[in-house]
Design a protein around this ligand. Sequence first.
Ligand code: FMN
Length: 174
Amino acid sequence: MTKEEVENLRLGLRNMPAFPVCLITVGKGKEANIITAAMVHVFSFEPPLIGIGIALQRHSHGLLDKEEDFVVNVPGKDLVKETLACGTVSGKEVDKFGLYGLVKTESCKVSAPSISQCPVNFECKKVQKVTTGDHDWFIGEVVAVMVDKKYKRGDGLLYWGGEFRLPGKIIKER
Ligand SMILES: Cc1cc2nc3c(=O)[nH]c(=O)nc-3n(C[C@H](O)[C@H](O)[C@H](O)COP(=O)(O)O)c2cc1C
């Protein structure tokens, strides 16, 4: 394949509908970091598994390799600026919690902290790493789910192809 064909296929992926975009927290104490990830999916209901696709060169990739757990924090639209910022700078250089005013809070069942401003926190114990292409999928078993009382499912941010969105209206119920 030519370079141009490869680039066209990459751009073609932008036609996928949007995905949830989450703030993943990983690491302990001062080493704890946040990475924005849109490659997030439910991999199983029984057991409950969530996977996050993380590029090999990310600082967080090293932390995910080393640590036993992580938290998938769901931001609302009030955190869109912070979500973009955590996906633009590296925790290798800065403390993203301090820089963006994101409050580290102790999780219930895992050692990675949760972000208190996020209305949903999925606490995950790492069970598997799947190598695909330029991203590795870290699969975590969900061991605790914290949900803010005011949260509605349509409040979680979506992202793909350079655009942040909120879920649209329900057009049919199953
Ligand atoms: C909206 C958005 C979504 C992103 N999704 C992913 C993703 O799914 N996987 C990934 O590896 N990087 C993703 N990134 C890029 C990382 O968040 C970014 O490179 C970040 O600075 C890495 O942080 P770290 O070096 O502290 O790990 C995304 C960035 C943005 C802005």
